[in-house]
Design a protein around this ligand. Sequence first.
Ligand code: PGA
Ligand code: ZN
Length: 423
Amino acid sequence: MKISKLIGYQVLDSRGRPTVAASISLSDGTSHTARVPSGASTGKHEAKELRDLGGQYVEKFYAGLSVKQAVENINQVIAPRLVEELVDLVAIDNHLIELDPSPDHAKLGANATLAVSLATSIAAAHSQNRSLARYFQPESYLKIPMPMVNILSGGAHANKVMDIQDLLIVPIGATSFTQALSWIVAIRETASELGKQAGFVSNLIADEGGLAIPFDSVSKACEFVISAIEKCGLIAGEQVSLALDVASTQFFEDGKYNLKNAKQSYSSDQFVTYINNLVSNYPIVSIEDPFAEDDWLTWQKFMQVAPKKLQVLGDDLLTTNLARLNRAIEEKSANSILIKANQNGLVSSTLNVLKQARANNFNTVVSARSGENEDSWLADLATGWAAGQIKVGSTHGSERNSKWNRLLELEVIENTKFINPFN
Ligand code: PGA
Ligand code: ZN
């Protein structure tokens, strides 16, 4: 089937900021749309998201954050090249690379290239009469990913009420995704109640739908979440484990890890000990970005002392970038990778990063961003790619729940398996 029309336009994300949408019409008269997410605690090495920021396209009422130039690039540069082409993901991604050979997609904007690449995948799946998950994996059972779900938020997503960005739970003892989600919702709502009882008046909802409760120490936050797990009649560490996204690049200044709420400052070596104590004292199965995005040596040192089973997860460190992943494999800096399509800029090369990670025994966690939208393609990518895990934020906000709901749907309509990746 051929592409008959491609249109880019500006829509809103879950933070009320503009983002890019692309709609592809096919020769059978159908049209297929994708909208791109956007981060707040972005890594320096991510693909370049184009925002108008004072340039010729800037719109007065969006605080410089409009994406009109990226939209223009779709309509004026990309569309003329793709109309009348066959709807084939790899071929279309190759056209996008030829139009903008820069590795970070800075010329067209990674928000422009990703919108087109995603819309192409959705349209290509339709042209084969398949769902997006089945487009990537037509045969055999589908592996539904283990969710890693935000309960407490801090850092850039919650006005820095905690030093770390996310305290999450992983329902390792659940036997289906449907059961896993019911546990998570119970724990999330119990945590909200406990927060209110402890006198946190507003229980402010953070960018990813988690609770922005101020904790001046990570230990206290872990104990709080464990008490919510136990109050639900579940066993912490056996049925439900903890995970942290430290997002430490955000508080790494002049070679020091500065925990402002805890009023502590650590050298890299001291922070290795601090993190290792945390993972030894609490049932933590996964730790994301414990060290800053360019503090490679410290990652390596930590891997040498960390518990063997601990998932040491690179987000800002690896930015879904093949060269950075290869360095981490070579230097044994981490053992797991967060996969975010908009850090990379194209669907096919995001998948290549995931495949390279898997070939080197890295765990893979497909992830949303803090700025999201109603699309659910992420759930299909995580499932169709057999990623093993997915991270979407919390269970409040339809931009989060559209992904969870799609996984619930896949579990009932498809032949699926739900496997604990931490066994
Ligand atoms: P971001 O946060 O989307 O704001 O970058 C998500 C994360 O750090 O995992
Ligand atoms: Zn992160």
